[in-house]
Design a protein. Structure first.
Length: 283
């Protein structure tokens, strides 16, 4: 993957560093950013950073038996989460995208990791994923089940349509859009936009902008290799270098310079194995 070759693909860099093996397949369709598969030692904790996304994760034992499955929402600051399985298959949806079949709002998942059995509309997905052992097979099984829910989706209207429009503007601008621009496009007041956005997401459009900016910063540091942090700050749309450092440290737990050095030392790029896309949209 090259810097900004595709749309923003939100990342969890500490997942990669904690993995013994990290596979991913970039998808960028059906609201899905990518699929990932992690081999790791069970019973450990790992850092998670803000990404504005919902993840569905399936934790497997060594024999391929499904031990647990979860729906996780974005965090608003770097924190620790627990892994129990020896292998984890994940589906990361695009920032701000709400998966079909999920029974909770994004607001209800903010900072949470909830059992999928409690928040998914039926038990067929869990039954299908149990016993799946291969990365490609897990992807195909998930898409087959997910397509059933997609076929029933309804077009957004009212508040939901407004929030979707705002989210698309934030994501499409790499977090650089202003609330006044959203106001101009939608015809609603800034105050109303903020209120309905918080009702759905649990945080404001401004916070969502900061998260998307941060995710672009991660991608830039992982693949862009900037010569100076001042150049990175300006390119990514931050007011100045100090704001860039402040926001980045809050979200990543370390400064941009320390993060860049860590990723180079641990060979982040070398640890990520991209699997060519073989799956097709079954819908």
């Amino acid at each position: 993957m090259l810097w900004k070759k595709d749309r923003l693909r939100p990342t969890q860099p500490y997942f990669v560093l904690a993995a013994e093996e990290f596979l991913q397949e970039i998808y960028l369709e059906q609201g899905i950013s990518h699929f990932y598969n992690i081999r790791t030692q069970g019973g450990r904790s790992v850092r998670v950073v803000p990404d504005g996304c919902i993840d569905l994760t399936f934790e497997y034992g060594g024999d391929g038996a499904l031990l647990a499955a979860f729906a996780s929402g974005t965090v608003l600051a770097c924190q620790e989460i627990a892994w129990t399985g020896q292998e984890i298959f994940g589906v990361r949806f695009l920032p701000g995208f709400h998966p079909e079949g999920l029974n909770v709002r994004m607001k209800d998942l903010l900072g949470e990791k909830l059992p999928l059995s409690e928040v998914w509309k039926d038990g067929e997905l869990l039954a299908a994923m149990d016993g799946a052992t291969e990365f490609g097979g897990r992807i195909r099984l998930f898409l087959q089940e997910y397509a059933k829910h997609e076929a029933k989706k309804e077009e957004p209207f009212g508040k939901r349509a407004l929030v979707q429009s705002a989210k698309e503007m934030v994501y499409g601008s790499d977090g650089k859009v202003k609330i006044s621009q959203i106001q101009e496009k939608t015809g609603y007041t800034a105050r109303y936009i903020n209120r309905v956005f918080i009702e759905e997401m649990g945080f404001s459009p401004k916070t969502f902008c900061k998260i998307i900016q941060f995710q672009r910063a991660l991608e830039f540091l992982n693949y862009g290799a900037p010569d100076k942090m001042t150049d990175a700050a300006v390119y990514l749309g931050y007011y100045d270098q100090s704001q860039f450092i402040k926001d980045f440290k809050r979200y990543a737990g370390i400064t941009p310079k320390k993060y860049l050095n860590l990723m180079r030392r641990k060979d982040y790029v070398g640890k990520v194995r991209d699997q060519p896309r073989e799956t097709e949209d079954p819908g």
